[in-house]
Write a protein that binds this ligand. Structure first.
Ligand code: FE
Length: 224
């Protein structure tokens, strides 16, 4: 799993509209998560994805958090306001960071790994079999525009394939992501052009199941 990415910096000055926020929280890209030498997903494809798209979200969320130091909260308005724009784009860009880190981590160095007995038991219980889960996860990745995410639902203890049209659209709350698949065109166009299904097949060839097994263990412990 990843180290804590957060570093804390004192802002140089606090404006009158800082709204009680006294710290600027910055994050750095996690270069150690960049995969290489995958089956069916080229290094060039991963290079564009990691360096341009993922790092773009890291840069923008830091910029948003900086602006939140001084935005005028007294002018907050649901139709349009600077504060509203920052909150909307915070959810898009921060989830862009989080989902990409989970995605890269769960396809890096996966050779020789497999789902453990506990994960298989949960997949069988919730989907009937591993193959039925996989068929549904692939359909989810084709039907949605952004992400397919296998999640553990803390409310009812279920596994669900959650489809997202964007980083911040249709994500189920009170769940823990176990396996994350990026299906934005930028994830496969360099290799596959418009053909998404073979990219999803290549994704399955590279999953690091050790990472997924550990995420499930942590999720099970998190449920009261
Ligand atoms: Fe992406």
């Amino acid at each position: 799993m990843c180290d804590n990415p957060f570093t804390f910096q004192q802002p140089s000055s606090l404006g009158g509209n800082s709204g009680g926020s006294s710290l600027s929280v910055k994050i750095s890209p996690k270069d150690q998560l960049k995969p290489k030498g995958l089956k069916g997903i080229s290094d060039q494809q991963l290079e564009y994805h990691f360096e341009t798209h993922y790092k773009g979200y890291v840069g923008k969320i830091n910029e948003i958090w900086d602006r939140m130091q001084t935005v005028d909260r007294s002018k907050a308005n649901q139709n349009f306001s600077d504060y509203r724009a920052l909150k909307v784009e915070e959810s898009f860009n921060y989830m862009g960071v989080v989902l990409h880190e989970l995605y890269f981590e769960n396809i890096k160095d996966g050779k020789g790994t497999s789902p453990n007995a506990r994960l298989m038991e949960h997949l069988n219980k919730n989907f009937g079999s591993f193959d039925k889960w996989k068929e549904d996860f692939k359909a989810c990745g084709i039907a949605l525009r952004g992400w397919a995410v296998l999640v553990y639902d803390l409310t009812n203890g279920k596994l669900i394939n959650n489809g997202l049209d964007a980083h911040n659209m249709y994500g189920l709350l009170n769940t823990i992501p176990l396996l994350v698949l990026d299906v934005y065109e930028h994830a496969y166009y360099t290799d596959q052009g418009p053909k998404r299904p073979p990219y999803i097949d290549a994704f399955f060839e590279n999953v690091n199941w050790d990472v997924v097994n550990k995420r499930l263990d942590a999720a099970l412990k998190a449920r009261p």
